[in-house]
Design a protein around this ligand. Structure first.
Ligand code: FE2
Ligand code: FE2
Length: 159
């Protein structure tokens, strides 16, 4: 059966997936930089707050990609999708490792640096997928993807 969400679409008038997800990457990176600064300056409460925000937003970003991009692009770009899922697995492992260290007061700057570099590498690998998503993702999935990310952002702003 033909999957209606994955045909080529005339998306010229629709908001761009690539621009929106890149903007979310930049915000995640900025949160991580602030977290590293808070850690270096020993700002305890700020570390907990920034960590909570960074973790929820990164998890929401990855979940949105897995829910709306992966099903659409899996058939046309299987290798790239496999790499995306492997890297998400690695990032979740690093989040867990960092969260555990934080709870045990054993946090090391090294794990934050390693998280930052894994995040940068992953973001650059996703660039091509976002371009494909811009031509292949249908309007309904596109809107759901944007609201999954925006909803997360709004709930954090109003917390
Ligand atoms: Fe991702
Ligand atoms: Fe991403």
């Amino acid at each position: 059966m033909q999957d209606n969400t994955c045909r080529m679409h005339d998306n010229t008038s629709r908001p761009a997936v690539r621009a929106s997800l890149h903007a979310d990457h930049r915000e995640l990176d900025s949160l991580l930089q602030r977290l590293m600064f808070a850690f270096k300056t020993n700002a305890g409460d700020e570390i907990d707050r920034l960590w909570g925000e960074f973790e929820s937003r990164l998890l929401a970003h990855m979940e949105a990609e897995e829910k709306y991009l992966v099903p659409c692009l899996r058939r046309s770009h299987p290798g790239e999708i496999e790499r995306l899922l492997e890297e998400h697995g690695l990032l979740r492992k690093k989040l867990l490792e960092f969260g555990t260290q934080l709870e045990l007061h054993l946090t090391r700057l090294e794990i934050m640096r390693s998280l930052a570099s894994a995040l940068h590498a992953h973001a650059s690998h996703e660039d091509r997928l976002y371009e494909w998503a811009d031509s292949e993702l249908a309007g309904k999935e596109r809107s759901s993807l944007f609201s999954a990310i925006a909803h997360r952002t709004l709930s954090l702003v109003h917390r």
